[in-house]
Design a protein. Structure first.
Length: 54
């Protein structure tokens, strides 16, 4: 999931440089959503791993 967030971020950067504002903001929004989903899943897996070791 982090991979896809980085891909959308790169697409947003390239679109921004080329002047496509709408595509750039949409790609940045998707990248931001994917990154936050990744963070939530990562934190949950860390907590579950810590609980399982006990």
């Amino acid at each position: 999931m982090l991979y896809w967030a980085l891909i959308f971020f790169i697409v947003a950067l390239v679109a921004g440089v080329l002047g496509f504002g709408g595509i750039s903001s949409a790609s940045a929004g998707i990248a931001q959503i994917l990154f936050f989903i990744f963070l939530v899943i990562f934190i949950v897996s860390l907590i579950m791993g810590a609980v399982r070791r006990r």
